[in-house]
Design a binder for this molecule. Structure first.
Ligand code: AMP
Length: 354
């Protein structure tokens, strides 16, 4: 009898991105094996295979690697050593270079600028004196100071205005390595998501506009009707994807300046919150494309069929579902999290409109 066999995809990390990737994989008949240090994590509830172990547990990692055909990750703070260890057994996508660059804001900005992708003006910082010196050089005494590593959703960053106590700001970050960025008076924020398969074929998703609440993504709207900006963003995404020989999905968060130019703020070597709407408004979602690319299938064209507005359910927003349950065109996605915390991403709703 003929056999139809699909790869098993191992995913490091068990949050909502892993969960939605596992669901997309299941639709393609692909099994996932989630590896996560926390039990009962969102992805563990929807996957046939699950390992609960730390990222430095070599025995567990070896067993995991031998049970899958390929490994990917759903968040960027996976230790590089974990990836290096796994690579002795199976391919890991996206590759180490992209992971390393996206883990450190200094490396990230240097890399982006090197390949011709503009960012806000920035400088590496290792002391309060560096901040004074940089402000002196710029002739402007305001900016955003960000820890080089482990910052997200506005955590690990502080805005500096003229006259602020620089020593206090530096100490508040409690780090030995940071970057200082010029404050961008942007018009609005967007992101672009690209998928690239093993043969180098790419699919770029329509540009998404992002609105934040307390530095956390609140609403994403797509598509953005600005051909010029979209062209610029897509070209940056292609340039970056080629430069790192991307296999999988990556996102670039960007500022649209008042004069209509784009500055890259951050890259994510994975599926992105601002692309959740692609599940309901595209033929092939960012999650399906990520799985396709790492599992050696061809990338799919997005096939946008609706306009979309994605609303994150943060903290106790999840207790107020009644309106969404009654809304025409509302697609509700909950992540299986039971502990409500302020600002925690509990789920999202995508409202589609033809
Ligand atoms: P980040 O943690 O770098 O993604 O920053 C979180 C949010 O802070 C961004 O989405 C912006 O709204 C704001 N932000 C970050 N960097 C800057 C900057 N250089 N100028 C103005 N706003 C910024």
């Amino acid at each position: 009898m003929a056999e139809f066999k699909q790869n098993i995809v191992g995913i490091l990390g068990g949050g909502q991105l892993g969960r939605m990737s596992a669901i997309a994989a299941a639709r393609l008949g692909i099994s996932t094996h989630i590896y996560c240090p926390e039990d009962h994590c969102p992805a563990s509830l929807v996957t046939p295979y699950f390992t609960c172990a730390e990222y430095d547990n070599e025995a567990a990692l070896e067993k995991f690697a031998k049970s899958v055909d390929v490994v990917t990750y759903e968040f960027e703070n996976i230790p590089i050593d974990t990836v290096r260890f796994l690579k002795n057994y199976v391919p890991v996508y996206p590759g180490e270079q992209l992971l390393e660059v996206s883990q450190d804001r200094e490396k990230e900005k240097a890399f982006l600028n090197n390949i011709g992708i503009p960012t806000a003006p920035w400088a590496p910082i290792t002391s309060a004196a560096d901040i004074e010196m940089t402000f002196g050089k710029w002739g402007i005494h305001e900016g955003v100071l960000k820890t080089a590593r482990f910052g997200y959703d506005g955590k690990g960053q502080v805005k500096l205005n003229e006259g602020d106590d620089i020593n206090k700001a530096w100490e508040s970050l409690n780090t030995d390595k940071a970057v200082l960025e010029g404050l961008i008076d942007f018009d609005y924020e967007v992101s672009i998501i690209i998928a690239r398969d093993l043969k180098g074929q790419c699919a770029v998703y329509p540009l998404t506009r992002n609105d934040h609440r307390n530095h956390i993504l609140s609403v994403s709207t797509a598509p953005v009707h600005n051909e010029e900006i979209e062209k610029q963003a897509a070209s940056m995404a292609r340039k970056l994807a080629e430069a790192v020989s991307l296999v999988g999905v990556l996102a670039i968060e960007l500022f649209v300046t008042k004069d209509g130019n784009l500055l890259a703020n951050e890259i994510a070597p994975r599926t992105h919150n601002s692309g959740h709407w692609t599940i309901d408004a595209c033929a092939v979602s960012q999650f399906e494309n990520h799985i396709r690319c790492v599992a050696a299938l061809p990338v799919g064209m997005p096939g946008l069929h609706s306009k979309a507005k994605m609303i994150n359910l943060l903290g106790d927003d999840i207790t107020k579902l009644d309106d969404y349950l009654a809304t025409d065109g509302a697609n509700i996605h909950l992540y299986g999290k039971t502990d409500i915390k302020d600002g925690r991403k509990m789920g999202h709703v995508t409202i589609i409109e033809k």
